[in-house]
Design a protein around this ligand. Structure first.
Ligand code: NAD
Length: 484
């Protein structure tokens, strides 16, 4: 089987060579197609860090084992990881974080958590705009297929790897539409996995609990931004970020790497710890259906740790017996292939992390029932603005409310509310009954929206953006304004 390998920058070549030697010694049956990505490519003027010819190998082979990359400072260089992730559709980021007490110092000896992070959506879509002098926005995109895929992946992962519980972390008490969708998908898909314990937690208290009692978590599934943060928290809690590997899973290609960077401070000294990259390679083997080889290597690696053979970053007087350089550490693992640890829990790798997922777009009735018009005006009050808007919209649509930064400022706003120059003005059908707090949305024609925008423009109102309000099968597809 051919796999793509990039040795990367800094300590990358040293740790990659060490890992490939272990893979070969374990007779994993792999051959390597090497590609050059990273610093050298960036410096040659290619801002993506990947030469065009490397894409062929990346698309041809099922997996990519990637050494850490140095991203040059400034100069408009794009993140290689984000480019690869998005281009190849690597939708799931999986990061197991386990402690290796007492061989690696940690406050949480019993922790063994896997964070499954959605990798393509959320605020990381990178759709950002400045709309007024005061206000900047970033779009948070959450989709049904994206959520179903990652949630299903997390449950399948848990089932395949003998895990007991899946926790979904969201902020659906505030973001009822987007995070609410993710939680709803989790609860719906979860019904197909009755043997697994399931819980939904709010991300803030969830993060606090992960940081203080990580042993109560098993598999965590969450959105992109939350997952980015929480997976760093879990890696740090194990005692060393130098140990964890991560997988980026796609339908066609998957990428495996250490979570640490290229460590330029120790590059070329032969002292870097290859463990994180080795653990990434084991995730890769499981993904390739070679769980037996992953288990062989993991258990030899655990035995090496148990025997006190430790690279400098985890070396401790009294616990360690030998400070091993990169190559010597790899040799020690190779010598122990076939052995199992005595006191650390041995690894039993069962899972093949493949997912069969076909999205069936549901049939829904979608009806336009209003429009949010965002207006730039730095010299108005809510009442003055409402008066202008109502005069312009007369006979077309009626103004339901105005919010500023999401807070209702008209009708019946509070003078204490601080207002920027960015107003969200909600228009609904002229026939709708408007009562505070009660939604009465009824269908409107698109012509009314166009007529409204024309009228507002004619009245000198500066419209900076609009959002259509839709009912889906009669259900509101938008949030109410705070105070509405
Ligand atoms: P880093 O992870 O490279 O290093 C942080 C500290 O941890 C350093 O003191 C380093 O010596 C140590 N360390 C890291 N890996 C180690 C290992 N295997 N063995 C022993 N010690 C190790 O983070 P940084 O210094 O912030 O970043 C250096 C470069 O790496 C930057 O250019 C950054 O952009 C890049 N980076 C790349 C990736 C990636 O390719 N996935 C991830 C993070 C950072």
């Amino acid at each position: 089987m051919i796999i793509t390998v990039a040795k990367g920058d800094g300590i990358g070549p040293e740790i990659t060579d060490a890992v490939l030697r272990v893979l070969d010694a374990a007779e994993c049956g792999l051959t390597y197609e090497h590609i050059e990505v990273g610093e050298k490519v960036y410096r040659s003027g290619n801002t993506s860090g990947i030469p065009a010819e490397a894409w062929d190998a990346l698309r041809r082979n099922p997996v990519f084992l990637k050494g850490p990359i140095t991203t040059p400072q400034g100069g408009g260089y794009k993140s290689l990881n984000v480019t690869i992730r998005k281009t190849l559709g690597l939708y799931a980021n999986v990061r197991p974080c386990r402690s290796f007490h007492p061989f690696v110092h940690t406050q949480h000896p019993g922790m063994d958590v896997v964070v499954v992070r959605e990798n393509e959506e959320d605020l990381y879509a990178g759709i950002e705009h400045r709309q007024t002098t005061d206000v900047f926005q970033c779009l948070k995109l959450i989709t049904i297929p994206g959520s179903e895929k990652i949630v299903r992946y997390a449950f399948e992962y848990a089932r395949a790897n003998g895990r007991k519980k899946v926790t979904c972390l969201v902020k659906d008490n505030i973001m009822k539409v987007t995070d609410g969708l993710f939680a709803e998908v989790f609860r719906r898909v979860g019904k197909e996995y009755p043997e697994l314990e399931q819980e939904v937690q709010i991300i803030d208290i969830g993060t606090a609990r992960v940081a203080t009692r990580p042993e109560r978590y098993d598999v965590i599934v969450t959105l992109n931004l939350y997952g980015d943060i929480i997976s760093d928290v879990t890696a740090e809690l194990t005692g060393s970020v130098g140990l964890a590997g991560s997988a980026n899973i796609g339908d066609h290609v998957s990428m495996f790497e250490a979570i640490h960077g290229s460590a330029p401070d120790i590059a070329g000294k032969g002292i870097a710890n290859p463990s994180a990259m080795l653990n990434a390679a084991c995730l890769m083997l499981v993904h390739l259906g070679k769980a037996d080889k992953a288990e062989l290597i993991q258990n030899a690696w655990l035995k090496t740790l148990e025997d006190g053979i430790h690279p400098g970053d985890i070396f401790r007087e009294g616990v360690s017996t030998m400070k091993a350089g990169t190559a010597a550490f790899a040799d020690a693992v190779i010598e122990r292939l076939g052995q199992r640890p005595d006191s650390l829990q041995p690894v039993e790798m069962r899972g093949r992390q493949a997912l069969q997922y076909q999205y069936q777009r549901p049939q829904v009735k979608k009806e336009l029932c209003g429009i949010d018009v965002f207006v730039d005006d730095g010299s108005t009050t809510p009442d003055e603005l409402a008066e202008r808007l109502r005069a312009a919209a007369e006979g077309i649509l009626q103004l339901k409310l105005i919010t500023n930064r999401g807070v209702k400022v008209w009708p019946e706003g509070f003078p204490e509310t601080f207002c920027t120059d960015h107003w969200r003005c909600r228009f609904v059908s002229t026939e709708a009954t408007i009562q505070a707090g009660k939604a009465d949305y009824r269908p409107i024609p698109m012509d009314a929206v166009l007529a409204l925008l024309n009228a507002l423009h004619g009245a000198g109102v500066e419209v900076v953006k609009t959002e259509h309000l839709y009912l889906f099968d009669g259900e509101r597809g938008f949030s109410l304004g705070q105070g509405e």
